[in-house]
Design a protein around this ligand. Sequence first.
Ligand code: IPE
Ligand code: IPE
Ligand code: MG
Length: 249
Amino acid sequence: MFGSSTSSIPEVRPVPRHVAIIMDGNGRWAKKRFLPRVAGHKKGLGTVRDVVAGCQELGVEFLTLFAFSTENWRRPQEEVSFLMDLFLSALENEVDRLHSNNIRLKVIGDRSRFAPRIVERIKAAEQRTAANAGLVLTIAADYGGRWDVLHAVNQLIAEGAQTISEDALLDRLSMSYAPEPDLFIRTGGEQRISNFLLWQLAYSELYFTDLLWPDFDKRALNEAVQSYRRRERRFGRASEQLPSSLRRD
Ligand code: IPE
Ligand code: IPE
Ligand code: MG
């Protein structure tokens, strides 16, 4: 169990322990090339491989990727079906590679709307990689920050809770196995959270880039980490209170 940034001050390291990314801009990448939007999603899978490798090389411990939001069901049905097929084929074709790279795969989100085949594959992939001790790769699929908090609260109510403590809530959030993200990245130029990890982003460093997700790569990841290193993470304190190694003046 990791501490919360509001109940204790987390240790700040030069390399972020947890990087969380909104992979945005696939549709625009395709549009610029006069291709159907789905071509951008396909290309985006290649970026996922590169960024996973980049995180392993940097020594990042947790990488969380936003693949499909609770609001993405509002998209045209053909696009949703394509994304589901892509997710299924990734679960079928990528897990061997992840496993041989010692990566532990986790999928967070509401699985109730997925086809049974996808749910089975998710379980199988999680079980297969559960004992791996390398990078923890989390895919957020049919995930919403509000869903996550409400789900945790409803669970507590069902358990008979009268009041809710931060620790009790944290324990029931879908990412209770990970520390809060140190670094949040969003590609594609938009500067918003779009219902990603609302609770956990309280003290994350935010990084936005205009690069579209299919154009993002290890090098761009390194630039984001360089920017992260220049940040002064105060967690509410005055700059003068920080150890000199963490001051950025
Ligand atoms: C992100 O790219 C992928 C998903 C949301 C599944 P988009 O599909 O949102 O691409 P843009 O924002 O339309 O360019
Ligand atoms: C956020 O991107 C969700 C994912 C990348 C999975 P969107 O493209 O759905 O976000 P909005 O609609 O522009 O806020
Ligand atoms: Mg988008």
